[in-house]
Design a protein around this ligand. Structure first.
Ligand code: 4AZ
Length: 298
């Protein structure tokens, strides 16, 4: 993934012997013919490039109605412990940033009460690890605790995660992407695997869930206008496969030509896996300006 922007020469540190490459725009021919070494930069404008890696699966390898998975399958999935218990899911955005749902952290803003477990899929293995401490928690200022509008929060970690085959960042979606209903996406989490189970799953589960158009999901026989522009639906109108309690805050990811992207965050639903009540997710693409502003990633 590359990001580029224009920078003024006077805003960057350069030494006296610095040379520049000038790239001529709008010309036919190979890249070799387009650039020239220069001893000075007349325009005073420089292109800054940054590469970042996200949304890539390793080369190898309560969700109701899902399947158990092993480490590395969803390397951005984390378990957020509040006290000694799994409370919510989350996703790795960068080495020091986790994104989750605001309703997971609302009224639980004391950072020291939380631990983040990354790169592991069973609670048995988490209990043998120290976990990563949280430095600060920020939730969206427009979060509404009754409608669950703007259900998004980020956690900054005390120490950056070491990326590996089992721990990686997920990509964010592009700002203006048309998501088509029926697009196959995936939800993962340690939530209830039966709606009445009463305890979270020992092992991470995954399930495929297609996106459902908002018009349909907001129709009178489904959510009857309860969805805002910051929400999207995924799952099945006949029920049977869905996110559930304990999955909240975790990822809904969809794959495009380049990478896996965090399209949604598990937020709410009427019950779990019930007919006409699919899972409702925070619409991440609608909240990108806030994410970029608070995390300063990219
Ligand atoms: C919950 O209580 C919850 N079926 C999460 C997801 C869904 C319902 C409830 C979606 O955390």
């Amino acid at each position: 993934m590359t990001h580029h922007k224009g920078v003024n020469l006077r805003d960057v540190k350069v030494n006296d012997t610095q040379e520049f490459i000038q790239v001529r725009p709008y010309q036919e021919g190979s890249l070799e013919d387009l650039w020239q070494v220069r001893s000075s930069c007349e325009s005073g404008r420089i292109v800054a490039l940054k590469c970042s890696e996200c949304g890539l699966l390793p080369r190898a390898v309560r969700v109701v109605g899902g399947t158990e998975v092993s480490p590395g399958r969803w390397p951005w999935q984390v378990s957020l412990y509040h006290g000694s218990q799994h409370h919510c899911g989350g996703s790795v955005l960068a080495r020091e940033w986790i994104v989750t749902a605001a309703h997971c952290v609302h009224r639980r803003l004391q950072a020291s009460a939380w631990l983040v477990f990354a790169g592991v899929t069973t609670h048995g293995s988490m209990k043998q690890e120290a976990g990563v401490s949280v430095k600060k928690i920020i939730y969206h200022p427009l979060y509404n605790d009754s409608s669950l509008d703007y259900d998004i929060a980020v956690m900054k970690l005390q120490v950056p995660l070491n990326f590996s085959d089992a721990i990686r960042a997920v990509c964010l979606p592009p700002p203006h992407q048309d998501l088509f209903q029926g697009t196959q996406c995936w939800v993962s989490g340690w939530g209830y695997t039966r709606p009445d189970q009463g305890q979270v799953a020992e092992t991470l589960n995954e399930a495929p869930v297609p996106l459902i158009g908002t018009k349909r999901c907001n129709s009178s026989c489904v959510y009857g206008g309860e969805l805002t522009a910051r929400m999207l639906c995924a799952g099945y109108l006949p029920g049977k496969i869905d996110a559930c309690q304990g999955d909240s805050g975790g990822p809904l990811v969809c794959q495009d030509r380049f990478a896996w992207r965090l399209v949604g965050i598990v937020s709410w639903g009427r019950g779990c896996a019930e007919p006409n009540h699919p899972g409702v997710y925070t619409n991440v693409a609608q909240l990108l300006p806030w994410i970029y502003r608070v995390t300063e990633i990219y």
